[in-house]
Design a protein around this ligand. Structure first.
Ligand SMILES: Nc1ncnc2c1ncn2[C@@H]1O[C@H](COP(=O)(O)OP(=O)(O)OP(=O)(O)O)[C@@H](O)[C@H]1O
Ligand SMILES: [Mg+2]
Length: 368
């Protein structure tokens, strides 16, 4: 009886051997992402673990699964889905133990669009369904209040932790929220960068988040150092522009990450090209900077963001373009970056874990 069931399961897993995880780019069965296979007559029930939130990817994987099973003679399939998020190692002293991933957005030099990328990347992650927060670590020139059109005083419910503000479903914290509030300023004990950043992590009630994005100020040595000492960060997203001819600044940022043990997760090339009203693409600032930086950092190019004046307009009006105009090409390029980033993070952690999620298949082999 059991033998027959195992045989049927093996047949199911064999039939599914060619269905790839869009995130890990390897077969779902190999990665242990097909769970709880049961067979009753010609009906298969199974659960698929997904590592991303991309609805389209999910739908196409499900279609492939159904086709593969039908091809193996199973008439009906009940497919359930489960989302899994890989995350940081969380030590006993971690200031944000409920935050699975911390992603630093940084660059070699100022004004390349770190805050724009951080805001829209966070917004895109949120719209894809992840619980997210955005921490504005620019103590001297905060951008988040403007870009999210929100001012206000974070309050404390319990007298211990400060509640982040929330807009469009994103939890937000910025020194900009606290500047005009003398009482809050007291809570924050003066302008010490180190202390303020630590408090931004430890004393803010971030709650359970899959991704906390941190927008770093230009020339970020101190801030990255402090953050990496306080918490294990998932890694950094390096923002650059296409005309990055002198790679020296980026090189400094990348080697700083190396020194601090912060993996460079990927590179975003911002202001890559301009599409005119006739739909023609112009590479105003040259081409290839992002790819060169990615090569140097030994990290993937996560995407290219066009130059689009609406990004500034939306930012100034307090709604990131990804939220204000989700169908626009620029919003979609941010959504693609967000999707790619979650894939990179999942793949990295999957590899770090030795790709060792126990698979049903292996377990079945042992049983047999
Ligand atoms: N893809 C884009 N298209 C058009 N304008 C952009 C784009 N990206 C950023 N900008 C504009 O460029 C300016 C600088 O962007 P942003 O403030 O995001 O850069 P930054 O790297 O955070 O700067 P800083 O180093 O001062 O923190 C802003 O006015 C922003 O609206
Ligand atoms: Mg900025």
């Amino acid at each position: 009886m059991h033998g027959a069931m195992n045989e049927a399961r093996e047949k199911v897993l064999g039939a599914l051997a060619g269905v790839m995880s869009p995130v890990l780019k390897r077969p779902l069965t190999d990665a242990g992402l097909i769970k709880e296979v049961t067979v009753e007559g010609t009906t298969v029930s199974l659960r698929v673990v997904e590592l991303g939130q991309d609805e389209e990817a999910r739908a196409s994987v499900e279609k492939e699964i159904r086709a593969a099973l039908a091809g193996a003679g199973f008439e009906d399939a009940k497919v359930a889905w489960e989302t899994r998020v890989y995350g940081r190692d969380i030590g006993p002293d971690d200031p944000v133990p409920e935050v699975k991933n911390i992603v630093l957005v940084m660059s070699g030099k100022g004004g390349v669009g770190k805050s724009t990328v951080a805001s829209n990347l966070t917004m895109a992650l949120r719209r894809a369904g992840w619980p997210v927060g955005l921490l504005d670590a620019d103590i001297y020139g905060p951008s988040v209040p403007t870009m999210f059109g929100i001012m206000g005083k974070p309050m404390s419910k319990d007298g211990v932790k400060i509640e982040p503000l929330e807009r469009f479903g994103v939890k937000l914290m910025s020194i900009g929220f606290l500047l005009e509030d003398p009482k809050a300023a007291v809570i924050w004990r003066g302008p010490m960068l180190h202390g303020a950043l630590t408090q931004f992590l430890k004393d803010v009630a971030w709650g359970k988040l899959d991704y906390l994005v941190i927008d770093l100020p230009p020339g970020t040595g101190d801030v990255a150092l402090t953050l990496s000492q306080r918490a294990k960060v998932t890694g950094a997203v390096m923002v650059t522009t296409p005309q990055e001819v002198a790679l020296q600044d980026v090189y400094k940022a990348v080697s700083m990450c190396e020194r601090l043990g912060i993996p460079v997760l990927g590179v975003v090339e911002n202001m890559s090209y301009f599409v005119d009203t006739a739909g023609v693409r112009h590479e105003l600032f040259g081409a290839g900077g992002g790819a060169r930086v990615a090569e140097m950092a030994n990290a993937p190019l996560l995407g290219q963001i066009p130059i689009d004046p609406t990004v500034r307009e939306c930012g100034d009006e307090g709604t990131p373009v990804v939220q204000a105009k989700p169908a626009s090409p620029i919003a979609q390029s941010f959504a693609a970056v967000a999707n790619e980033l979650t894939s990179v993070i999942a793949s990295r952690y999957f590899q770090e874990a030795g790709g060792a999620a126990p698979t049903e298949r292996k377990r079945l082999k042992i049983v047999r």
